[in-house]
Design a protein around this ligand. Structure first.
Ligand code: SF4
Ligand code: SF4
Length: 624
């Protein structure tokens, strides 16, 4: 079992079992970091979560309001000469990217590390994005650890490298890599006594005219070349007598290592610990030695394209096995079977060809246990969407008459059965602006935008101000459960318990909404179904923008805080049975605590029920 709570104190003579996320956090401690910040985005979330559980670290660790803000705070710390780490998932990098390029070009002072976690095969939702392209786009150096030990070692070293080249250094991991655990050897903790300072230098810290901007670009390009020279040892090349060469990095390095070792293969191997810049001279050395080169990289064919370009400089023909001409896929993630299959033809007598269905993702989906992706039992969002559907129906609309835009976080689960309420999902805060677009397009019926409180603070506010300023008639529902729940219940600026405990200023959404001049705003507990339905009906028919804040704490957090508990019971004598019931509690609420009893009647699992009372409202027979 992982023992990350000892991250700050564990003795150096014995290794510690850590996930790569936790090892990266330890790397930051060893690197003498002065600030760690970020925005929750799984799988990167657990690096900061690990640090938050370590007492008395002696430096600041915080969840910021969004990735761009987190990135800028980390930049400020670095510009003042101290070391900083900022973490995010790939979609968070999109949010931070506006400042990323600017800071990369200006450069940094104290070592600054940006940890990004990509999610090939989208285990945690959103899009498949290859952040290596961002590194290339931003002329940003990027390290790619392939083990928890490397996550620690690379992170610690990344702070030094960042100071040597005067630029932020990115560290990229993918979901399986970030979650992989092993015994990790810890190193000494660096401690600095640096006085913060910052010099006036607009040629560097501002974009003071074309000459300064072009110079910054030139300096950034030069820093990347320098980074490549400093990190040559992180791209070990092993040349053998084999005419086959294999290039891999990150998690794919582990897959090929396993295949090579278990089949006693001796190919030439190039392990890429650096994803940007790529070691072109080493790749050329490898190409000069082999007839066939296999490029193992998930998602985009970035290394493969470089290999193809360099191939023309070699004086003999080289076959490239990758994803441009097959057999590897540009979507989903890889595993040992995928890698074995890709190299089977090259070592037919040694490597067995695994049976891999042509459409692997479809096959995986077919194997998955079919379960409803829904809200937790007792989740207040379930009550909100239940009430919203009721309000729409009571106003005489059919479901398909009223567009409901969804947003990122737990609230988007309203798109699934039994509510089928959210029609769209783009990015944090987009539900309001998208709804505004629908109205501009001429949709006459009410358009509803839904988002959580964390999402509202993250990116919803500018969209709200835009809709308000333009007097767009929208109904906006903020499902305020007081936490950033989807990623594991992180606090945000509106989390009351956190604000009190840590002596922080608590911000309520309505303070901002009222400041924008919106008068039509109601805060209501969604569990009070009889109260919220008329409020939603009024909002839907209002001639101006109207906001409903559905306010009830996340059921899980409420229970953890000692305020939950209790369960409801079905009176079997009054239940008409799930199959014959015209408004079955199971069907209309989708609550996972409601089960089918042996007698075909509803049964509430007391261990799962959170006593929210929604099924009580839903039952027309007074059986709950
Ligand atoms: S069983 Fe009923 S009361 Fe219990 S959590 Fe589910 S909906 Fe709420
Ligand atoms: S809604 Fe009431 S009557 Fe219908 S299945 Fe549930 S408990 Fe039984």
């Amino acid at each position: 079992m992982s023992d990350y709570k000892n991250l700050g104190t564990h003795k150096l003579d014995t290794p510690l079992l850590l996930s790569a996320n936790q090892a990266l956090a330890r790397g930051a401690i060893e690197g003498g970091v002065a600030l760690v910040t970020g925005y929750p985005g799984t799988p990167s979330t657990y690096a900061i979560e690990a640090l938050l559980r370590v007492p008395d670290l002696g430096f600041r660790v915080e969840w910021s309001i969004n990735e761009k803000v987190a990135f800028e705070i980390a930049t400020g710390v670095s510009w003042a000469g101290l070391r900083s780490l900022v973490t995010m998932k790939m979609s968070g990098l999109n949010v931070a990217s506006d400042s990323l390029l600017s800071v990369q070009y200006s450069g940094t002072n104290g070592g600054m590390v940006i940890y990004i976690a990509d999610d090939p095969n989208t285990y945690y939702g959103m899009v498949e994005q290859d952040s290596r392209l961002f590194a290339r786009f931003a002329v940003a150096p990027m390290l790619t650890p392939s083990s928890p030990q490397e996550a620690l070692d690379f992170t610690r070293r990344a702070f030094d490298l960042s100071e040597e080249i005067g630029r932020p250094v990115m560290i990229l991991m993918t979901t399986p890599m970030a979650n992989t655990s092993e015994l990790v050897q810890l190193g000494e903790i660096k401690s600095f006594t640096r006085e913060p300072s910052f010099d006036f230098d607009i040629a560097r810290y501002a974009k003071a005219g074309p000459a300064a901007c072009v110079q910054q670009h030139k300096d950034t390009l030069a820093s990347l070349v320098e980074f490549g020279k400093l990190t040559d040892d992180l791209n070990p090349l092993t040349l053998t007598d084999s005419s086959v060469g294999i290039i891999a990095s990150g998690i794919t390095w582990n897959y090929i290592k396993e295949v090579v070792e278990s089949n006693n293969l001796k190919p030439c191997l190039l392990k890429l610990g650096v994803s940007n810049p790529l070691p072109k001279e080493k790749i050329k050395t490898l190409l000069a030695k082999v007839d066939t080169i296999v490029v193992l990289e998930e998602l985009e064919p970035i290394v493969e394209e470089v290999v193809l370009a360099l191939r023309s400089e070699i004086d003999h023909p080289i076959r490239v096995v990758g994803k441009i001409d097959g057999p590897l896929s540009r979507t989903g993630d890889y595993n040992v079977d995928v890698v074995s299959s890709a190299i089977h033809d090259l070592f037919p007598t040694q490597v067995a060809k695994p049976e891999i269905p042509e459409d692997l993702s479809q096959h995986i989906q077919d194997l998955q246990v079919k379960r409803l992706v829904t809200f937790c039992s007792g989740c207040p969002h379930r009550a909100t969407y239940y009430a919203l559907n009721e309000a729409i129906e009571k106003l005489g609309y059919k479901k398909e008459d009223v567009i409901i835009t969804g947003d990122i976080g737990c609230t988007i689960l309203g798109m699934n059965d039994p509510f089928n309420a959210c029609w769209t999902e783009i990015s944090m805060g987009s539900s309001i602006s998208l709804a505004q677009g629908f109205k501009y397009a001429g949709i006459k019926n009410p358009v509803v935008a839904t988002m959580g409180d964390g999402t509202f603070f993250h990116a919803g506010i500018p969209a709200l101000l835009n809709a308000t300023h333009n007097k767009t008639n929208l109904t906006i529902i903020i499902l305020d459960n007081h936490w950033t729940s989807m990623t594991g219940m992180q606090p945000h600026v509106g989390t009351e318990v956190h604000s009190t405990e840590k002596n922080k200023h608590l911000i309520k959404p309505e303070e901002i909404i009222r400041a924008a001049g919106i008068k039509n705003i109601q805060r209501v507990n969604p569990y009070q179904i009889k109260k919220i339905i008329p409020i939603l009906m009024e909002a839907l028919t209002s001639p101006e923008i109207s906001i409903v804040i559905a306010d009830a704490e996340c059921a899980i957090q409420k229970k953890r805080g000692g305020n939950g508990g209790g369960f409801l019971k079905v009176k079997p004598e009054q239940c008409v049975g799930l199959d014959t019931c015209e408004h079955s509690c199971l069907k209309v609420t989708g609550c996972p605590a409601i089960e089918r009893g042996e007698d075909g009647k509803a049964f509430i699992n007391p261990d799962a029920c959170n006593a929210c009372g929604l099924c009580h409202h839903a039952c027309f027979h007074g059986a709950i």
